[in-house]
Each structure stands twice: as C-alpha cells, then as structure tokens.
Write a protein that binds this ligand. Structure first.
Ligand SMILES: Nc1ncnc2c1ncn2[C@@H]1O[C@H](COP(=O)(O)OP(=O)(O)OP(=O)(O)O)[C@@H](O)[C@H]1O
Ligand SMILES: [Mg+2]
Length: 233
C-alpha cells in the first residue's frame, strides 16, 4: 500500500558491552518515516546517530524493539535474509566509506551490482562514477584516492542499486564546499527522479535545510521533531 511507512522504529534500545561495562547507546527510539521523505538526522558527536543507522540497516541488532521497513518486520530476520533485503532495498554510505581496499573504484561500484545479477554492471558502475565526477579515477584503488573521492565512490556504489531507502552518514562531511554542493544536488536529484526515501546524518546546516524534516538525536533518544513545511513544487 502506498501509505505504508518507509521505516518504523518502535522503542529501539541498543546496549553494547565494552571493557568499562555495558553501554546504553540507544534508549527507546520511536520513529516513523514516510515513503519519499527526506530526513536530516542531527545531534552531538556520540549521541547515537550512526548506531541508529546501523540498526536500521540491520548491521547491528537492537537489544529490544522493532524495525519495520516498507511494512516488513525485519527485526528477527536471519543474517542471510537481512543481507538479501539490504541488497534489494537499502543503499548505505558509511561514515568511514567501507570501500574494499583491493578493488579499484570501478570494481567497488560494479561488483555489488554483479552479485545482484544486474545486467551491464560495469557500464552502470562507470555511469555512476562519472555522475559523481570520478570518470577519471575508475582504475584507482581507495588508497590512491583522496578522502572526498573515496566518499564519492561510496555514494556512487549506494546510488547504483537504486535503493528504496538510502542511508548516508555524513555524505558531505569530507568534501569541500563546491564538491559538497554537487553531491547534495546529486542526492536530491536522484531523490526527485526515483522518489526514494533519504535519511542523511549530517552536521551541515545547508544539507539539513534541504530536507523535509530534521530529527534531533541526543544521548540515545530523539529529543525533538521539527516538521518543516514541504515547499509545494
Ligand atoms: N561497539 C561499541 N561498543 C561500545 N560503545 C560503542 C560502540 N560503538 C559505539 N559506541 C558508543 O556509542 C555512542 C554512540 O556512537 P555513535 O557512533 O552512534 O555516535 P554518533 O552520533 O554517530 O557520533 P558522531 O557524530 O561522532 O559520528 C558513543 O558514545 C560510542 O562511544
Ligand atoms: Mg557517527
């Protein structure tokens, strides 16, 4: 159904063990995001933003609570089910990129497409890299790329599968102003073309301003919910 939320988090708690004892990282997160919304997630360093994204992506299992994506309860999916679900529905840009160091930029983008049996994986990967301004860096390995370039490879990889839900952790965090704006435009143009749901963790007020809603995370909780008027366009 078209009004099924893209994402629902119900009373998510995340407790992780550390040497100093258990740490309560997420303390009861409730969130509902509609299909096609663009959301900025903001909050101080250490407040739990990346952890929340990892739970949404199914890369970290919550200690309790429920995660529903497009109306599907994925909370108790097996690792294999989660991996398939991610492949088909979710794009992720990690804060530290997670590129495969032994693969070129082109391979980093095309290999996941090949795994998903996408036809013309190399051609599609090349197009994505060109779209983020890296057509001249296809054969470079991550160690031969700048931080901003690696970030753009990570974005190209996430875009390539045309995910329903795109999660990006500081997608413009390592980019200069001009490149950051280009990437921002790219994110929102894709969003317009595909009507996907965008969840962006950001410290960049310009990026947050472009989103429909800003969600504030503070000490493992959502502290404020600012619904911004969506400009009719
Ligand atoms: N594996 C772990 N074990 C124990 N504590 C952890 C673990 N991973 C993260 N934490 C703690 O959880 C808290 C939230 O971390 P998280 O990375 O989600 O913050 P963040 O809001 O994304 O911060 P930043 O803006 O700096 O990226 C931090 O205090 C961090 O030290
Ligand atoms: Mg983080």
């Amino acid at each position: 159904m078209s009004d099924t939320p893209a994402l629902q988090l119900q009373d998510i708690h995340l407790k992780l063990a550390s040497q100093a004892g258990d740490v309560n990282i997420l303390k009861g997160i409730n969130l509902e995001i509609h299909r096609g919304e663009t959301i900025a997630i903001v909050g101080p360093s250490g407040s739990g933003k990346s952890s929340m994204m990892m739970v949404i992506a199914g890369l970290e299992r919550s200690t309790s609570g429920r995660v529903m994506i497009s109306g599907k309860d994925v909370t108790n999916f097996s690792e294999d089910e989660l991996a398939l679900f991610r492949r088909d529905h979710i794009g992720i840009v990690f804060q530290d990129f997670h590129l495969v160091p032994t693969m070129t930029a082109l391979e980093n983008v095309s290999i996941p497409l090949e795994f998903a049996n996408t036809p013309n994986a190399y051609v599609k990967a090349k197009e994505q890299l060109e779209a983020v301004g890296l057509g001249h860096r296809l054969e470079h390995y991550p160690s031969q790329l700048s931080g901003g370039e690696q970030q753009r490879v990570a974005l190209a990889r996430a875009f390539a599968a045309q995910p329903d839900l795109l999660l990006a952790d500081e997608p413009t965090g390592n980019l200069d102003g001009e490149t950051g704006e280009k990437v921002m435009d790219l994110l929102f143009n894709r969003h317009k073309a595909q009507n996907n749901t965008l969840l962006l963790i950001t410290h960049d007020p310009k990026l947050a301003e472009k989103c429909d809603r800003t969600i504030h995370v503070q000490d493992g909780r959502i502290s404020d919910h600012n619904l911004k008027e969506v400009a009719a366009s």
